[in-house]
Design a protein. Structure first.
Ligand code: ADP
Ligand code: MG
Length: 348
């Protein structure tokens, strides 16, 4: 049996379903979904407000991402902005625009992804809007977070060390793999591994990798996962020491440049210190892409880039230091080159 379309179900019943799925009695939500506006009780000194939009054909391609993964990602990218300010995410408003022929099942899966991500971050849905479109899907989430103290992009001082969390370039590498696969992958089911095995072997062989050591699903899965269902980094562990912070959504070089511009500083970073995962290195080599280029310019990792005073013990990878004005990258043999975003346009 095929799923009914959203126009067959109707807007009111669709909102009713969402309301049922997301209704929870919470101390800080006086009025949730159902009235003209939500009523919430702020619980910290500062409210942080952010919004992010995802448009089909611009931000995502339904050949590669499932409705569930899309819902999950939409929440994660918004949470990442709240974390990058040193805040705690809490209240979400969700705006969805869909074609009237969209299967109701698509909305159902999308909302499951939204729900699972919100559970992960302890955030709650308090309202939103629905609309029809002529063509394509458009999603937007607005997130309200809280902070006793917030951290800006502009707070770095000369001599501060520059840090990044996790590893870089995984998401961009995952996208390259997805483009080769030309289909969506399930990241939830245990059987995903089996169905992916032959593809990975083929991919390895296709790019001249040694036949037996071709890519395994174990290598590809974390990369594809990082692209489809990124998890935002909670900065709690180092928040006391961070002087400036930004999340890496557009690539290390672009986001570091933004941090430097806001603080009117320079930066010196060392190629050798940039954290890359073993999986990304292996997959990139197999695909014939330079891992360092991916790490420097690949977007959508949603790791945090921050600075801290010299001498602090920080649980993240130190990749360089803030300078007065010079912006350079140092290679393995100690040679410096300008830290320019323009030099790395291979993947645009
Ligand atoms: P109005 O026409 O007054 O904007 P709506 O019919 O659009 O009201 O919405 C009714 C209620 O359902 C509101 O509380 C609104 O926040 C909520 N709502 C509408 N769309 C969504 C959505 N996509 N997700 C969550 N809540 C929604
Ligand atoms: Mg409305």
């Amino acid at each position: 049996m095929t799923s009914p379309t959203i126009s067959q179900i109707g807007e009111i019943s669709l909102i009713d379903d969402i309301r049922k799925q997301f209704s929870q009695k919470l101390r800080d939500v006086t009025v949730g979904i159902g009235d003209d506006a939500a009523v919430i009780k702020p619980r910290e000194k500062y409210l942080l407000l952010t919004t992010d939009m995802m448009v089909e054909g611009v931000h995502f391609d339904l050949r590669f991402i499932t409705a569930y993964q899309l819902g999950f990602k939409l929440i994660s990218v918004n949470v990442s902005d709240i974390y990058a300010m040193g805040g705690i995410p809490r209240h979400v408003l969700l705006t969805i625009a869909l074609h009237k022929n969209t299967p109701a099942e698509f909305v159902h899966m999308l909302m499951n992804g939204v729900k699972d991500a919100m559970t992960l971050y302890h955030a709650v849905l308090v309202g939103g809007d629905l609309s029809s479109t002529q063509d394509g899907i458009s999603l937007s989430a607005t997130l309200i977070g809280y902070a006793g103290k917030y951290i800006l992009r502009s707070g770095a001082h000369v001599g501060d060390r520059i840090y990044v969390t996790g590893s870089l370039g995984d998401s961009a590498c995952g996208l390259h793999v997805l483009k080769k696969m030309k289909r969506t992958v399930s990241l939830n089911k245990k059987n995903a591994r089996g169905s992916m095995h032959s593809f990975c072997k083929k991919l390895g062989a296709m790019h001249g990798g040694p036949a037996r050591s071709g890519l395994s699903w174990k290598i590809v899965e974390p990369l594809v996962r990082r692209h489809l269902m990124p998890e935002a980094r909670n900065p709690q562990k180092f928040i006391r020491d961070a002087t400036a912070m930004i999340d890496i959504s557009d690539g290390l070089l672009i986001d570091l440049t933004r941090l430097c511009n806001e603080g009117s500083t320079g930066a010196k970073i060392y190629e050798e210190k940039i954290p890359v995962s073993i999986e990304m290195k292996k997959a990139a080599e197999c695909l014939g892409i330079d891992p360092l280029t991916l790490a420097l310019t690949g977007g959508e990792d949603y790791e945090l880039l921050f600075t801290a005073r010299q001498g602090k013990r920080v649980s993240a990878t130190c990749i360089g230091e803030i300078t007065e004005s010079q912006r350079v990258i140092v290679n393995a043999s100690g040679k410096e080159r300008p830290l320019s975003v323009g030099g790395y346009r291979h993947f645009q």
